[in-house]
Design a protein around this ligand. Structure first.
Ligand code: DC
Length: 235
């Protein structure tokens, strides 16, 4: 069967990663959470005191980039892949509000993006991959066979992000989460380098009223209807 690249973009907390994981599992594909890679760099900068009074020491961070070994390791207990930085499991810590607060700034640094985009393309070189993020369909894999742009009402996004944080044992208030999501939306849309925009050939998926099974079912049907896994696909 033909292997394809599935690029999933959209605002944060729209359910992209849940959908991407579900698709990867169903299709036997690799799943790459590109946001976790930006979060890993943000965490590294925090841990190594490369952020002083809210200012990122960009030159020092760029010098350190090649020292960052970011890996995704499958955990059979949780049945999902977890993010590691230089051998340390950082899956939980990179989701904390502290990291969320600085990650947009980190992801707007051109050189950080170039460094991570190169790695992301490397993951996709044999296809058979689902990647979610902000610029996957527009920049990382502009030729992806399937591009989805996921949207969801803000209140539903806040609730989903709160549930996700609580399930990881991280405490945050509704107001904090809403404020952080809105700030990140703004920065994602307005950054100079590869901002969040819908690719012209992306299919919009509104997940407001769809639970995770319905989203998955919808996309699997789409893949089938578009004959994307057949050797001579009609798109
Ligand atoms: O998907 P997420 O919320 O974990 O992403 C974390 C941050 O990284 C988010 O603020 C936007 C940024 N990001 C990006 O700029 N490009 C991507 N491909 C993925 C994430």
């Amino acid at each position: 069967m033909k292997k394809i690249i599935i690029a999933i973009d959209g605002y944060s907390a729209t359910g992209k990663s849940t959908l991407a994981k579900g698709l990867a599992r169903k299709l036997g594909y690799i799943y790459v959470d590109s946001g976790a890679m930006y979060r890993a760099v943000a965490y590294y900068a925090m841990k190594n005191h490369l952020i002083k009074e809210g200012r990122i020491l960009v030159d020092e961070l760029l010098k350190a980039l090649t020292k960052l070994d970011i890996q995704f390791v499958f955990n059979p207990e949780t049945y999902s892949s977890e993010t590691y930085l230089n051998g340390e499991n950082i899956e939980r810590i990179i989701r904390t509000p502290e990291v969320s607060d600085v990650v947009s700034k980190i992801s707007s640094i051109k050189e950080v993006r170039r460094f991570l985009v190169e790695k992301q393309r490397e993951y996709g070189k044999n296809k058979g991959i689902v990647m979610d993020g902000r610029d996957i369909g527009t920049n990382v894999f502009p030729d992806a066979e399937l591009k989805l742009f996921v949207i969801t009402d803000l209140d539903v996004r806040v609730k989903r992000r709160l549930d996700e944080l609580h399930s990881k044992g991280i405490y945050a208030t509704e107001d904090e989460v809403k404020k952080n999501l809105l700030e990140r939306d703004y920065l994602d849309i307005h950054r100079k380098e590869n901002p969040l925009v819908q690719a012209k050939d992306a299919i919009v998926l509104d997940t407001t009223d769809l639970d995770r099974d319905q989203q998955l079912e919808y996309v699997l049907k789409l893949i089938q209807d578009l004959k994307l896994l057949e050797n001579h696909s009609v798109q």
